[in-house]
Every structure is written in C-alpha cells, then in structure tokens.
Ligand binder design. Structure first.
Ligand SMILES: [Zn+2]
Length: 816
C-alpha cells in the first residue's frame, strides 16, 4: 500500500527558534499522533502568548454554550503589535479612502465543523511556524487566528474518538473508531451548522465572532474544513456560481492564492482540485460572508472529517493519516500568508475599490409592516453594521416583493429604508435583493434567502432615491399601569408575542385567547389575541408584578380591559375564548430525525421561546408513557419509514385520540402517511417519461430538474385556521425540496394554490415544479379529542426564517 508522503515541514531548524516549544514539545506527543483536547489547545496558545508577549496577543472573545472559551490570537512583528490599534484604524479608514495603509490583515479560522478535527491541530503548527522560521512573512501583515470556532463540537468528536479508538489506532474503515454515530461533532451544542450561520447569527459563537470580525474586516479570510476521506484537497478558486457583487479582483486573487498552493502540493506529489463543488453564493458561509465584506474569502477542504480518525484506508487503498492532513492544512495556511505578504499594496488598493463601487440597480429597499418584525430585522442589521433610516410620506415605484412585479409602495415614518449606497452596501444588496442572480443553477446550498420574505415584510426595491429621516428607537413605555383592571389584552402576530406568552406560562399565569375577532373600547382584536384576566390568576400572588415585568422585558403593549362584555365578537367567558395553561412538550431525538432539524427545535425552545422541553430518544420511545405529555414533536429526518411501525403509529394515534397534539415535520409526515389512520396523502405524480437522449455528460443538469435548492414560493393562507393566527396574506415559504402532499380534507392552513408552484426567488427544477403544484404546506387534522399538525416545509430552517416561527408557536399554543 502506498503511503501518502509525509511533510518534511515538521523537521525544523531548531537552532533558529530559541526557547519556544513546538506543539509536539509542549503537548508531550508528536502532533498528529493524538487528537488534542480543546483545553490543551487553549494551554498551548496561552503558553505562546506568555512566551512572546511582544509579538502575540491572545484574547477571549466569548464563551460557548458549554462554557468553553472562544479565542483569537493576533500575531505580527514587535513594532506592528505595538501599533495594533492604529493599524486597525488606518485599515478601516481605507474603506472611505481616508488613509493609505501599508499593512494587510489575514484572518485564519479553524474547525468551524467540530469533527473536521485536523484544523485546530494544524493551527498550532501554523502559528508556531509564523512565530519562528516564517516570521519574515509578518513584516507587513497582521495575522488573526481563531484556533477553534466550534470548541463544543470539536471536543464532542475528540472525546468520542478517544473513547472508541483502538490502540494502536486501526486504519480499517469498518472499525468503530470511524463511525461516529448520530450525535456527531460537526455542529455546535444545539446541533447548528456554524458554517451556515454567518449571516443569520442565530448562534452564540457566531454573534461573538462577528463583533470581532467587524472590527477588522480582513483582506483575506480562510475557513479550514474537511470533506470525505476519499477526496483529496480542495482550495481556491471556488466553483461557479459566484454572486454578482464579487469583483474581478476577488476572483483573480483566489486564483493567485490557488496557484501558490498548487506549487507546494505539486512539489510534494499531493492531489487537489479547484473550481468544483464549493461555490460562492449563499451568504452565510465563512467564505461568502467575508467576500461580501470586501475580503478574499475562501474555504479549504482536506479529505478526512469525522470518519478519518488518526488514520484510515481510503477507497484506492492509500492510508490517510492525521499527520498527512495536518501537513496539507498547514501548507495552505502558510502559503496564504505568503501570498498576502507579497501583495500588501494590491490588497489595500482593491479593498478600497470594493467599498467605493456603489452603483447597484436597486438603490433602496423600503420595508413596511408589523413593528415587531421590523424590530427583529433592525436587530440583525445592527449586528452586520448595515445602516437603515426611517421613511417619510411618499410613494415609490419599483420591484414589489408581494407580487414579484413592478408596483408602488407608500413609505411613511414607520417604514425602514435600507440603502445600498452605504459602507455595507454590497452586503445589504446580497441580503435584501429579491432574487440572487445565478451564474449557474448547480449549487451547494439554498439559492434564495431574501430578507423581506424571511421577515414577512411588505417591501419594494427601488432604483430611485428615497427620502429618509434618521431612525430613532421608539420611546413607548411598557408595563401594565393600572393594576386593578378586570383584565389585559395583547395582540398576537409575531415571535416576540410568543416569547411574551411563554414567559407568562412559565410563571403559571393563566392566559386566554380569542378564536374569533372581537372589539372592545373601539379597538379591533384579531384571532389569537391574548386575554389575561385578573380573576383567572387570583391564586398567583405576584400576578401584576409578573405581568408588568413581562410587558417591559418584551416591550409588549398591554391594553387594560374593564369588562368582559365585548362590543362585537365573543365575550371573554365564551367557549370561543380558549384557556391556555402550562404545557408538557416532548421532542423526539435520535436516528429517524436529522440532527440539524432536531437541533433547530431544541434551540427554538431553549434560546428563542424560552420554554422547557423533554427530549425523548428513539431508543426508549416505545417504553415512554405519552400521557404525561400534551405535545409530541417529530422533527424532520430520513429514518421515519422504519421508525413508525404499525405499533408506533398505533401508540401515537391512541395518544392523539385521547387529547394529545402531534406536530409532524418533513420526513415524519412521510412516515405517518405510510400508516393507516392519518389523513395526509402523498401526491401522486407521473414523472415525465419521454426517453431522454441527452448526452451522458449532462446528467448533473438532468438531475437538477427534480430538485428545489432552497427557493421561495408565495402561498395561500387560511387566516381563520388557528395554525395561521396572526398572519396576513401573502406568506412566503422557503421550500427545500419537492416533498408533495395533497390538500387535507379541511384544515389546510397554508398551501400552494393553482399557479403558485413557480418560485418568486431561487431555483426549482421543471419536474419539481410540476410535482409541488397545488400541495399542502402546513395543515391541521382533528383526531378524536386531539390534533395532528403537518408541516411539510420547515419554518425553523437554520433559525433564520423569522416569519415562519409564529406558525410553530401557533402549533404549540393556538391549535386546541
Ligand atoms: Zn466543513
């Protein structure tokens, strides 16, 4: 068996180094012969910072969910480090052409996917060499290194591997040490993929990191990854499609860097590929996000990942070791720094140019709508340093999002205006534009994410100037005021309202809600409006304080009501006014579910809604007494056909019939549909059967006919269905595939009506469009005394589709 060539890079000219210990010397084992636990990595970085205080600074920029430190190491020459803050300021001034910097900033990010575990190991070797025999590179550079973006995931993998590895390690791919299992280390604590979160910032690691990233906006950013064990190495230039805001220089410089890597890889006889698979479109990656902020953002992929362990035999019989993987990542890391060091002037000139090009077709985005949703959006924009203003009373023409056609929209002082003529104009364009232009429809990820759709706002993209006034945060006061009211009323139309309700239920407050619209004191209240009656809560000793605090905490307006006798609609004692009390909620985890889809639900409850759940693992699900729970959630996944046996289906049906509420998402619906007694039915669909005489080489193109790569569709909503309380038409859904179900016999809350199978944004293949025509998206079915809720699309996908979250909250609270 041929062994991959080991790098000679580890044999260092020791005489030049002085006292500084290499990772191997510090750790007490040769780098690549063990996985290094995160705390040991932290120790090594701290050691370096102590030894080299004049050339290195280490900062902790945050903490993970599991309380591991997040670190950044800054390294450069002694004189640069003395002026670090000045270098940073001068660099940022260059954005506005107010300075001519002579230093460049390179940011290296490691181990965003926890089980792509070579990265952090390689980072230690790389920083060591930059401080020793490659220190000449640093004359005009500041290097910022994040040794581990995802420490929780990394340690999950490393600890697992250490527990299961053979001694010595076994290269047989069948051995347990190469089969990580469901709870893998790829994602963070909440099973979120941090390399899909740069733009949405749903995760604590991303939010902390972005604060630091925005202070520096590096010229070059590398995100170190691993791909499957049978792949060689991937580096820049990236594959098509490229987003249209990417400049020629950004394209070209990737090529410059790639060619430098190739030089070293060729010399060592290592394999690699470029310009394939990893494109530059979806804005939430560690390569695209930096690119849309003026940098050269790149993904490097070593073959390996969680399967590889310390060594594994690959498809062609070669042994791939951790040492090989370290050598490769280490080589590209240093080569990147080398190229940057030779192009400091060019990087600075082009960085300035990137920020001066501001002639995008759409000059402004006008956003109207629910204040909670506008607030949620403004909060995201603040984190990205995208500026916004308030509108003034005037009408504008442009692309109207609701109809996908030219239209007019009236702006007012309640409108939010986002201009592309601002420092972060490119990023604003990428995030807001109605359709991302695709230079190729074969892409690695979703093709649509436009924020006005995601946040459920009425929006117009206009080519004209828009009158603006400075945004002032609202100075409304909250709290309950009069503590002797008969009751208090609150509207129900946003995720913020759901958080407010969860807070009250957590404090054992009894809340009612209206199933019919009503009016009181001349004010109209929609379905779902919350009714909190003092007498209902007479046994809650600090009822008024709790309510007052919650109102202030969530900036939630409450209207006092002095009577239960309404002017129109149903009185508060009516059976159309439902009572809500504490709910016991269970969520299935394990094999049938996808880790990511489970994680989205877990995160939704613990970090967004703040409401407790019980996690039931599939391994003992059959032994659990479901009668202890009011709600059971089956997350999307692939394993439901085997998990939902006749016996499991019966158990679930019995429980639902006795008053339980089942929420079935994606693949779980597929599993249920195969069993008797559920009203959901897969759409019968005839694939185009004409014989295909296209050339073999177009098979990839052929395949995408049946795919929907994350595209946005306009839907029809039955706003009288409790699942849709608080919504107005139109609702735009993000479809991630061609899963298709017939309309239900009643209870179709959201669906694609005739003609709605054409995406308003993003790519859907011709066959996929036919298949999803006139199908269900979200629906409810009554079963005995309980309910089944079907979610064909996923409103919690990556936690960023803000306007979908209320559907999920309605499924919990309003469907009764
Ligand atoms: Zn990765």
């Amino acid at each position: 068996m041929k062994k991959l060539v080991h790098a000679l890079l580890f044999i260092l000219p020791l005489a030049l180094i002085g006292q500084l210990k290499s990772p191997s010397e510090f750790l007490g084992y040769e780098l690549g012969t063990q996985f290094t636990r995160h705390h040991q990595v932290v120790d090594y970085y701290q050691y370096l910072a102590q030894q080299e205080p004049k050339r290195m600074q280490l900062m902790q920029y945050g903490e993970t969910n599991e309380r591991r430190p997040l670190l950044l190491a800054y390294i450069s020459t002694e004189s640069n480090m003395k002026n670090l803050e000045e270098i940073r300021k001068v660099h940022l001034k260059n954005i506005h052409g107010e300075a001519a910097p002579n230093k460049a900033i390179v940011w290296l990010s490691y181990n965003v996917h926890g089980n792509e575990s070579v990265s952090t190991e390689a980072s230690m070797q790389t920083i060591y060499e930059l401080l020793t025999n490659k220190k000449d590179y640093l004359e005009d550079l500041v290097i910022i290194m994040d040794p581990c973006i995802n420490p929780d995931g990394r340690d999950r993998y490393v600890n697992w591997y250490n527990q299961y590895k053979n001694s010595p390690f076994n290269v047989d791919p069948n051995s347990k040490e190469h089969h990580e299992g469901w709870w893998s280390g790829r994602s963070n604590h909440y099973m979120f993929d941090l390399n899909r979160d740069w733009a949405w910032l749903t995760q604590v690691e991303s939010r902390h990191r972005l604060k630091q990233y925005n202070k520096w906006l590096p010229h070059v950013h590398v995100d170190f990854h691993e791909q499957g064990v049978d792949n060689p190495y991937y580096f820049a230039p990236a594959a098509e499609p490229y987003h249209e805001v990417i400049t020629d220089f950004q394209r070209d410089f990737q090529e410059t860097i790639g060619k430098n890597h190739a030089k070293y890889f060729d010399a060592n006889g290592w394999f690699y590929f470029t310009k394939e698979r990893f494109d530059l479109l979806y804005p939430s990656y560690g390569d695209t996000y930096p690119t849309y902020n003026g940098g050269i953002g790149m993904t490097y992929e070593q073959g390996g990942s969680g399967r590889a362990g310390l060594g594994i035999i690959n498809r062609i019989g070669d042994t791939l070791t951790l040492k090989d993987r370290i050598a490769h990542h280490h080589t590209t890391g240093l080569s990147t720094v080398e190229v940057a060091s030779k192009n400091v002037e060019k990087l600075n000139t082009e960085f300035r140019k990137f920020y001066s090009q501001k002639n995008f077709t759409h000059q402004n985005f006008i956003l109207n709508g629910n204040t909670d949703k506008l607030e949620a959006l403004a909060n995201l924009l603040d984190q990205h340093q995208i500026k916004y203003d308030k509108g003034t009373n005037a009408s504008y023409k442009g692309f109207y999002y609701a109809t996908s056609k030219t239209g007019t929209l009236r702006a007012s002082e309640n409108s939010l205006i986002v201009s592309t003529d601002q420092t972060r104009g490119s990023l604003a364009k990428v995030l807001f534009e109605p359709k991302a232009m695709l230079s190729d429809s074969v892409t690695y990820d979703i093709t649509a994410w436009s924020l006005p759709y995601a946040y459920g706002l009425d929006a117009l993209a206009t080519e004209s100037n828009v009158q603006k006034t400075t945004f002032q945060p609202s100075n409304s006061t909250y709290g309950i005021g009069d503590t002797n009211s008969y009751g208090y009323l609150a509207d129900w139309n946003s995720m913020k309202d759901a958080k407010f309700l969860a807070e009250l239920l957590n404090h054992k407050i009894r809340v009612r809600y209206a199933q019919k619209p009503f009016s009181l004191d001349g004010v109209n209240y929609d379905r779902g409006s919350l009714i909190i009656i003092s007498a209902d809560n007479k046994n809650v000793p600090d009822f008024t304080q709790i309510l007052d605090r919650a109102s202030k905490k969530f900036a939630k307006s409450l209207t006092p009501a002095n009577t239960g006798f309404v002017e129109s609609g149903k009185d508060f004692g009516s059976s159309y006014v439902e009572v809500l009390q504490e709910l016991k909620i269970a969520v299935l985890s394990g094999e049938p579910a996808s880790t990511l889809r489970f994680g989205e639900i877990w995160h939704f409850f613990e970090q967004q809604l703040n409401y407790p759940i019980t996690v039931l693992d599939e391994s003992y699900f059959n032994r659990v007494d479901l009668s202890k729970y009011d709600i059971l959630i089956l997350p999307d996944g692939w394993g439901y056909y085997s998990f939902i046996t006749e016996k499991v289906a019966q158990k679930i049906k019995d429980w639902v019939s006795n008053g339980g509420k089942l929420i079935a998402m994606g693949g779980a619906v597929d599993g249920l549909a195969k069993q008797k007694g559920f009203g959901v039915k897969e759409k019968e669909y005839q694939r185009d059967s004409t014989v295909n005489l296209q050339a073999f080489d177009t098979s990839e193109r052929e395949y995408i006919k049946s795919t929907i790569s994350g595209a946005i569709f306009k839907t029809t909503v039955d706003t009288t269905n409790p699942l849709a309380y608080g919504y107005e038409e139109p609702y735009f859904t993000l479809k991630l595939g061609d899963r298709s179900y017939e309309y239900l016999d009643g209870g179709n809350a959201v669906y694609l009506a005739e003609g709605q199978n054409i995406p308003v944004s993003g790519f859907a293949g011709s066959e996929a469009k036919k298949k999803i025509a006139e199908t269900l998206i979200f629906g409810t079915e009554r079963m005995g005394r309980g309910h089944v809720i079907y979610m064909i699309d996923n409103p919690l996908f990556r936690g960023f589709w803000e306007n979908g979250k209320l559907f999920f909250a309605n499924a919990l609270f309003m469907v009764n």
